[in-house]
Design a protein around this ligand. Sequence first.
Ligand code: TXA
Ligand code: MG
Length: 323
Amino acid sequence: HTRLLHNDPQGIATAAAILRAGGLVAFGTETVYGLGADAGNNTAVAAIYAAKGRPGINPLISHFASADAAFAQVAATPLARRLAERFWPGPLTMVLPRAAHCGISPIATAGLPTAAVRVPAGDATQALLAACGFPVVAPSANPSGRVSPSDAQHVLAGLDGRIDAVLDCGPCRVGVESTIIGLGGDAPVLLRPGGITLEALEDACGMTLALPARGNDVRPSAPGQLSSHYAPGLPVRLEATAVEPDEALLAFGPPLPGSGLAWNLSATGDLHEAAARLFAGLRFLDMEGHRRGLVRIAVQHVPEHGLGRAIRDRLIRAASPRA
Ligand code: TXA
Ligand code: MG
């Protein structure tokens, strides 16, 4: 049985106490809900992989209340400090070399010499991390390979009974996961597009970033970039210019005619609105489409600039062949 905790001082204190005792608590961030555990507790970290059915080669992000707390665990570079200044708290994750005295469980970093760190935004998230006082690892709070959760009900739909509690922080403001930048090598690399746009990141870095290859490799070069990911139950067809009678429609801008079941990411073509509505839309069309006997989700074109890059990345993964 999974407890639903309210976003009030008592709920936050209870969530922190469960985490401190080695339990698993899902909580809202500005991006998606994360499934939290004490990053220094090997047993708790291992329990996250078990609850999600996540492959052990896929490392986790550690969450902190402040940049100082984050940079105590990794070897920060001047660029990392500049990015923290500009984007934290917010949807940016930095991959940096583990510090010599790093307190993050090696299970959480999948044995790698690097660790992913981020300072998320949001009052409840910040209050929870401050109450904990230790790094909190949190992958998205969904069974591995499924659609990420952007509200507390989404978390329960996938993990009820498998985790101790969910702190209900309301719907997530951004709606897609953090942007991940790799800072452990010679040049910074974009490992995952997300809530901070590539344009903003390149502007802050003062240079163009190397982009990851979009492949179908099962054993990813950047860990966790498994191609079949964010998958709803119904197959997904991208770049639709017409809708078949047996398809549900995920629209963007003026919707294609002829669809019985549709969810518009943004009727006005606003990419921020579209990101915030993406995962709820995939879940809705999947559930309702299945109930109505539809066989597919057709997706309209989304432009590849700003948050569109992250939205398209998630849609391409949702449409890629299942493992
Ligand atoms: O917005 C987010 O980032 C959310 C919220 C909860 O913070 N978290 C999230 O976690 O999306 P997850 O586990 O679903 O995705 C983490 C990604 C994975 O693709 C993983 O491979 C990558 O981060 N990652 C973690 N540590 C890494 C490392 N040391 N090197 C390269 N990639 C790493
Ligand atoms: Mg995830």
